[in-house]
Design a protein around this ligand. Structure first.
Ligand code: PLP
Ligand code: COI
Length: 340
């Protein structure tokens, strides 16, 4: 086995075709055994439910090389649980116990040469997805499905690495008018495309979405949850049932409490109180923790005391501890690290 000859350190967050992918099919009410395949293309009927009514859900997790050379993934049991919640919400069959983690292990193992080496700053992004594949023209769920997993080596999600970002308060909602779309536990990514292109055109890295009912509460960004540090050193993250329940955020709350001895809580956070925060970061599998230096609220700038040069001190401790756990440098809580 030899790692691929890639300049791992210069990778951004893009798609690079790897050698293998996973495919399982659902027909006549059951999933088949699943297999590793080589063809990166998917051929489906023009009227497949995924094309007509976007009946598809996805997950995202990463595989890492640890300091002592093992290949590991981080809390895949939580991705397994969440993809089933997403699937149930779109009237898709769920995956039986064990199938998700077994498939992740197989596809990462097959692509082990593509798992970036320890210390390279890159990782192998693993993207499981399920879609309705047979033809439907009336609005109804499909009867046949594919569960696939693709993998791609990635670097930092945001350009500029660990430099603090400038984001803006968004006037757009992500919610689809009647709740259909490409969801991951209730979110609609297609409805966020207009907002992200508009934000980038205006020089912002991301959108801070507000709750659509009152437009006063902080929700999340297009691809990550928020994490704030208050001026008295408490870690707080928005509590809402209309954001993606981030595995990274849930883990960071535990890390803050158990590893760093900090107070940490999930609670409603209003836009009004953002100006009083000491630090702000975006957390997620892809984003890890990307620091935010500035939030533009319709021309009014909210600048965090941590500034535009580096991560705030508590954000940095959280980042170092989380990535230390993920890469096997710091002892993980029971069950967090799954070896391939
Ligand atoms: N919020 C959104 C909209 C996302 O797409 C993601 C990415 O997965 C997250 C939050 C972070 O979730 P997780 O930490 O489980 O990757
Ligand atoms: C992830 O972090 O896994 C995401 O889904 C974020 C983004 C690429 C959609």
């Amino acid at each position: 086995m030899a790692k691929k000859d890639i300049d791992w350190g210069s990778l951004g967050f893009g798609y690079i075709e790897t050698d293998y992918r996973y495919l399982a099919s659902f027909k006549d009410g059951k999933w088949d055994e699943g297999q590793i395949i080589t063809d990166p293309n998917v051929t489906l009927n023009e009227c497949a439910c995924v094309f007509q009514y976007a009946q598809t859900v996805f997950e995202g997790l990463k595989a890492y090389t640890t300091e002592d050379g093992r290949t590991v993934t981080f809390r895949p049991d939580l991705n397994a649980e969440r993809i089933n919640q997403s699937a149930a919400r779109l009237q898709m069959p769920t995956l039986p116990e064990g199938m998700f983690i077994d498939a992740v292990k197989k596809v990462v193992k097959a692509n082990e040469d593509w798992v970036p080496p320890f210390g390279s700053g890159a990782s192998l992004y693993v993207r499981p997805y399920i879609m309705g594949t047979n033809a439907v023209i009336g609005v109804k769920p499909a009867d046949e499905y594919q569960f696939r997993i693709l993998t791609t080596p990635v670097g930092p999600y945001f350009k500029g690495g660990a430099k603090p970002l400038t984001i803006r308060v968004s006037d757009f909602d992500r919610a689809a008018p009647n709740g259909t779309g490409h969801i991951k536990a209730g979110l609609n990514y297609a409805m966020s495309l207009y907002a992200i292109v508009d934000a980038h055109e205006k020089g912002f890295a991301e959108n801070m979405y507000l709750d659509s009912a009152t437009r006063t509460k902080v929700e999340e960004t297009g691809g990550a949850n928020f994490l704030f540090v208050t001026r008295d050193g408490k870690v707080v993250t928005p509590k809402s049932n209309t954001i993606l329940p981030s595995i990274t955020r849930r883990s960071l709350i535990q890390v803050a409490k158990e590893y760093l001895g900090l107070e940490a809580e999930e609670r409603e956070i209003t836009l009004e109180e953002v100006k009083d925060m000491a630090e702000c970061g975006l957390c997620g599998t892809a984003a890890v923790i990307s620091p935010v230096g500035k939030v533009n609220d319709h021309g009014t700038e909210i600048c965090f005391p941590s500034g535009m040069d580096e991560m705030g001190p508590i954000t940095k401790k959280l980042y170092d501890t989380l990535t230390g756990i993920q890469m096997g440098k710091i002892k993980a809580p029971e069950g967090w690290i799954v070896e391939i």
